[in-house]
Design a binder for this molecule. Sequence first.
Ligand code: AMP
Ligand code: ZN
Length: 112
Amino acid sequence: MSECIFCKIAAGEIRAAVVYRDDRVIAIEDLNPQAPTHLLVMPVAHYDTLADAAEDGRLTSALVAVASRLGRERGGARGFRLVVNTGPQGGQTVGHVHVHVLAGRAMTWPPG
Ligand code: AMP
Ligand code: ZN
């Protein structure tokens, strides 16, 4: 069985606050929110990184579409930020690709 925490969430083996779900994509509330809205949009199927998931262009566009819709719903006209940390130097800590959706405060640049 997979030891991946997000695979377990997608399978319903670990509880999470699910805000969206379809056949291929699931979105949850981040456990340690960095903004008033902080969601994670991920594929149900396991891919380590965005670079791996990008082999399936329909999947990556579905991830961006769901993340953008949720960002627009939560951020409204004030906007939102999508982040995909990729690999160790990219700051990725969970090895199952996910898109962060951040909204509800002004974001700063550059990111840390
Ligand atoms: P990253 O560092 O980009 O890989 O992001 C991983 C994110 O997953 C972090 O923002 C964590 O707060 C979040 N996270 C880790 N475990 C859980 C969990 N069980 N439920 C919800 N979010 C989680
Ligand atoms: Zn996984």
